[in-house]
Design a binder for this molecule. Structure first.
Ligand SMILES: [Zn+2]
Length: 614
């Protein structure tokens, strides 16, 4: 994608802003187009019989108005999950019929089916979708449960746009439940959406799971967890308490709660080592190791996904508006859509009282240290290239680095406006000016809103150095403006000397063994699956802390390293070695002046001076 800088006359004086060139017209004159179809009715069936085959049975019925060929396509990706998945791979038994007679069909391309209705006015297409992918963006089934995304199973008529209404009927067995953000329509198990974007933005849980609902500031919130009993008692009360405390703080940024009911959908399974989640306009799906139950990380991920209901599902970069399901939609703006969402997740935690200010600074500190250890990457480049999964460690850098950029912009806006404006004003303004006007935001929208909030201050140099460029962030300048400082401490830590990554099954696999390290001496090999270090399971969410506290005291202790190599499980033996690391710690500066202290307080509380707080 081409990027250019252009002087913007509309802005005060010398502000230069990034402007995206219009995307090249991809569609040639003879782009394939389906004959018009209408009255689309999707029926999906999942019960213990289809579960045994790990499939969801899909039937799509529609009316055909004219003579010609019907072209049906499946999306290649799920918005929010920035990778190509080609869901058509998981379809089998494709069979179109009219009046129960089979119709001729073939493939036009790898995700498009071409059907000849042969004059029929009403057509039904049936297929099985293999729900075998444990991923937020995909479909996965167990004996008593399925997670399924609309992008996987709802074909759309090719070349006819996405503004068509449709109904969905979910069929399951007695005693099994259905949870989705979709609008119920009449009969039980039937839903209706007015356009395809909404249709594929509301994933389903079908089967046996726990569900309960509460009102949060006058809007229903539903908590849905699989398997039954996975999150109950105090752990369930805890996440409810966190949701109740943080959601109003996020809504305060936009002064609007844009849903009738919001569904937090969670799967807990040992098949994943960590946790991940995917946002939608009135729900999100998280897939977590059971170790996340009761862990503060769960609240942080939950807040991140809920904030997305505003930032990215509604307020969205123009180059992802509207979504195009047929191809990648790279954007240089994921540092705002993802990174700054993560900043607001941290803010929601401190503003809602889930963590204290020291906890917030600890989260910020972690991001600063993470960035310091990774290859310097421009935020725009990291955003753009995530689609191709670069292996140099930069693929997800727009999360922590984008989050810190949000923090810096917040401080600079508050500093420039004597704490009368904040980054919240930027989001509120863009939400009204772009999303509410039915469009995505542009670079011009973003930087002029930032500049305006900061009283006309130019952000050209900031953009060139820290967004388009790779310069280290100017903490020595930023932190004092918010009454913060960095203290350094030298720590002695146990170092094993391996680099690891997660494979597609969630296993932690050794990718690098440092020469001369403890791991090399013990015989660890690249490709080994790491199971435990010193009897602490590597999948334990508090592994790092537990490992450091047990082995950080003295050198020479025996360290067992449990790995799986091929079919064998091996226990290797090493000796603990300690290495020195300088740790920086972000903290509130007690000497901060009045203005810096007001800025700091404003960030923690979500308030500005000189106008009523939210
Ligand atoms: Zn996100």
């Amino acid at each position: 994608m081409i990027f250019s800088l252009r002087a913007a006359a509309v802005l005060a004086a010398t502000v230069t802003i990034p402007v995206l060139l219009p995307a090249q017209q991809q569609a040639p004159a003879a782009a394939p187009r389906s004959v018009p179809v209408s009255n689309l009715r999707y029926e999906i069936s999942f019960d213990s019989a289809t579960a045994r085959r790990s499939v969801i049975a899909v039937a799509l019925s529609f009316d055909v108005a004219d003579k010609g060929l019907v072209l049906l396509s499946l999306p290649s990706w799920t918005p929010g999950s920035y990778e190509i998945s080609n869901f058509a791979r998981f379809v089998s038994g494709f069979s179109p019929t009219a009046a129960d007679k089979p119709l001729h069909w073939d493939k036009l391309d790898y995700d498009t089916w071409r059907i000849d209705p042969a004059g029929a006015r009403s057509v039904t297409v049936r297929f099985d979708y293999h729900a075998v992918t444990l991923d937020n963006a995909a479909a996965w089934s167990q004996a008593d449960f399925a997670l399924v995304n609309g992008t996987n199973i709802f074909p759309y008529p090719e070349g006819r746009g996405f503004e068509f209404p449709a109904t969905v009927t979910v069929k399951t067995q007695p005693g099994w439940l259905v949870a989705t953000g979709m609008e119920p329509a009449g009969a039980a198990g039937t839903y209706r959406e007015s356009n395809y974007h909404d249709l594929v933005d509301k994933p389903f849980f079908i089967g046996r799971f726990d569900v309960d609902s509460q009102q949060v500031e006058g809007h229903w919130h539903r908590l849905v967890t699989y398997p039954v009993g996975a999150m109950s008692g105090p752990a369930r009360s805890l996440i409810w308490d966190q949701i109740e405390k943080t959601v109003p703080k996020m809504a305060a940024v936009f002064r609007e709660t844009p849903w009738r009911t919001y569904s937090t959908l969670m799967v807990f399974t040992r098949e994943v080592g960590g946790g991940s989640a995917l946002e939608h306009s009135n729900s999100h799906v998280g897939i977590y190791n059971p170790g996340f139950v009761g862990n503060p990380l769960l609240a942080s991920i939950t807040d991140h996904e809920i904030f997305h209901a505003w930032n990215v599902k509604r307020l969205r970069p123009a180059d992802m508006w509207p979504y195009d399901y047929s191809r990648p939609q790279p954007t240089p703006w994921l540092w705002v859509s993802e990174g700054i969402t993560d900043y607001y997740a941290d803010l929601a935690l401190v503003r809602g009282g889930v963590v204290d200010s020291a906890g917030f600074l600890g989260l910020t500190d972690e991001k600063m240290q993470q960035i310091a250890e990774e290859p310097p990457t421009a935020l725009e480049d990291a955003s753009l290239t995530t689609w191709i999964s670069p292996v140099d460690g930069s693929q997800y850098q727009y999360y922590p680095k984008g989050s810190l950029t949000g923090f810096m912009l917040d401080v600079l806006i508050r500093d420039a406006s004597d704490n009368r404006r904040s980054l919240d004003d930027v989001f509120r303004e863009l939400y009204g000016a772009a999303y509410k006007k039915g469009r995505g935001f542009t670079g011009k929208d973003w930087w002029s809103a930032v500049s305006r909030a900061a009283g006309g201050r130019s952000f050209t140099e900031f953009y060139e150095k820290y967004i388009d460029g790779r310069e280290p962030f100017p903490w020595a300048d930023i932190l004092p403006r918010a009454g913060l400082r960095v203290d350094s401490d030298t720590l002695r830590e146990p170092r094993v000397g391996i680099g690891t990554g997660q494979d597609s099954s969630g296993a932690i696999v050794v990718q690098m063994v440092q020469p001369g390290s403890v791991a090399e001496a013990a015989g660890v090999k690249i490709g080994d699956q790491l199971l435990a270090l010193g009897n602490i399971e590597i999948m334990d969410p508090s592994f790092g802390e537990a490992f450091r506290s047990r082995f950080g005291k003295r050198e020479g202790d025996t360290l067992s390293i449990k790995v799986r190599r091929g079919a064998d499980t091996l226990t290797l033996h090493g000796t603990v070695k300690l290495t020195e690391r300088v740790e920086s710690k972000l903290s509130a500066d007690p000497q901060a002046g009045d203005k810096a202290a007001r800025v700091r307080r404003g960030i923690f509380r979500g308030t500005t001076d000189g106008q009523p707080g939210p």
